[in-house]
Ligand binder design. Structure first.
Ligand code: AMP
Ligand code: MG
Length: 410
């Protein structure tokens, strides 16, 4: 029905503006489900986790050794051992003037205020002698020093990782309320595409985007609804979009969104809903299609596989993370020493395929792929991240540059 920011406009949209428009238009999934800890990895927490207990639940020994009351025993040459407290048991209140044999993690008995590690002690039958100085209060892990009862320990909107699941377990929590997985329908477009495993016919190319889409989405934790490849034909394109609308929270497609006469995604979307073609001031840059059909958002990325990878990483990823209910989608980035010179500054912000290497002086530096061409998919496997150059930025070896490792994106 409508289309704005047409590709014929020469005015480029700044990257930040495009990103904030995208992020603001993402609606987080509301449906929740409860999962056991075993199934919680990479899920998005929907209800914050609060602890019902103190952790540790009681003062306990940080060492294998002897628990005693410093004041009661300071003047004694030898101290009788009055009880033994292995981890998993609770001892008796400490008899004054004695020590308790104690093991790491065992509760410190009432009346004791210090644990002497066993390496500082000589055992003489049922007596001990302490060699060295004693610090009152030493080697005791205090009740609630990690978590206090009632504390919120994991915020909603967090993508659960091993450490979060371990922390929940440490409070006795066995299940977590997470967002339903985001359902993302994908389709590729093009009469030239055939699937790997088929013979390569004349004029054909293998469909790599289908695998790129699936992999990137699964890494983000989405449920993928693969609608396959759609031939360059209007009705087939409408059918794919309709299936996506029925089944998914978001539709993603590759190719078919420039202004060529074979670009049916654009035509179909304009008929069925709303489509904006954004020309963003970014390199590598192709128009990004963003629209809505019957309330379902649609993102169309360029067909070129390298452009897909970069465009998805910069634009689709944050939109998807927000839609999943994740509150912070900013990837971790580093300032790294450049191992390259760059004297071809661009008016647009530029994302270069890059990787960390060690130079001849043994210094860790980041280098960029020698070709800027976005037709070379092997540049993405060569790389382990992206260098981001600000508009107009020139680089000399030794300068600091922004580097976003792929591992912080996926
Ligand atoms: P398009 O945006 O449809 O004009 O495609 C741009 C370029 O990317 C063309 O060279 C296409 O053949 C190529 N391309 C499009 N889709 C795919 C795909 N799924 N896998 C690999 N290459 C593709
Ligand atoms: Mg095409």
């Amino acid at each position: 029905m409508s289309c704005c920011c047409s590709t014929s406009s020469s005015k480029l949209m700044p990257l930040d503006e495009a990103l904030s428009l995208l992020i603001r238009s993402a609606t987080p999934v509301v449906d929740e489900e409860t999962v056991m800890l075993d199934e919680a990895m990479d899920r998005v927490l929907s209800q914050p986790v609060t602890s019902n207990i103190n952790v540790p639940a009681w003062d306990n020994s940080a060492m294998d050794g002897y628990a005693l009351c410093y004041e009661d025993t300071a003047s004694l040459d030898q101290i009788p051992v009055s009880q033994r407290i292995p981890a998993g048991t609770t001892g008796q209140p400490l008899q004054p003037g004695t020590a308790a044999r104690i093991f790491t993690g065992a509760p410190v008995p009432a009346g004791a205020d210090t644990v002497i590690m066993q390496e500082m002690v000589s055992r003489e039958g049922e007596m001990i002698r302490i060699n060295g100085d004693v610090n009152t209060g030493a080697n005791i892990r205090r009740v609630a020093e990690d978590i206090r009862r009632g504390d919120e320990i994991i915020e909603a909107g967090c993508k659960l990782q091993t450490q979060h699941i371990g922390l929940a377990a440490s409070t006795g929590t066995d299940r977590l309320v997470v967002k339903r997985k985001l359902r993302v329908a994908i389709f590729t477009t093009g009469d030239e595409l055939i699937m790997p495993g088929q013979p390569l016919g004349a004029g054909k190319i293998y469909n790599s985007n289908r695998y790129l889409f699936r992999g990137l989405l699964e890494k983000l934790g989405c449920e993928v609804i693969d609608l396959g490849n759609v031939i360059d034909e209007y009705q087939a394109t409408c059918d794919a979009i309709n299936t996506g609308v029925d089944k998914a929270d978001l539709i993603l497609s590759s190719g078919g969104v420039s202004v060529g006469e074979e670009d049916y995604v654009k035509k179909a979307l304009e008929e069925m809903g709303r489509l904006d073609l954004w020309k963003i001031a970014v390199r590598p840059g192709k128009p990004l299609a963003f629209g809505k059909v019957k309330g379902v958002p649609f993102i169309g990325v360029p067909g070129n596989p390298v452009s897909l990878f970069v465009t998805f990483s910069i634009f689709a990823r944050p939109f998807i993370l927000r839609s999943m209910g994740i509150t912070d989608e900013t990837p971790v980035e580093y300032r790294v020493v450049a191992g390259f010179d760059w004297d071809r500054p661009d008016k647009r912000i530029e994302y270069m395929r890059a990787r960390l290497e060690t130079n001849d002086e043994g210094q860790k530096v980041v280098n960029v792929y020698p070709s800027r061409s976005s037709g070379i998919l092997s540049s993405v496997t060569w790389a382990d991240g992206m260098v981001v150059l600000e508009p107009g930025q020139q680089i000399a070896k030794g300068d600091n540059v922004r580097f976003i490792p792929f591992t912080s994106l996926y």
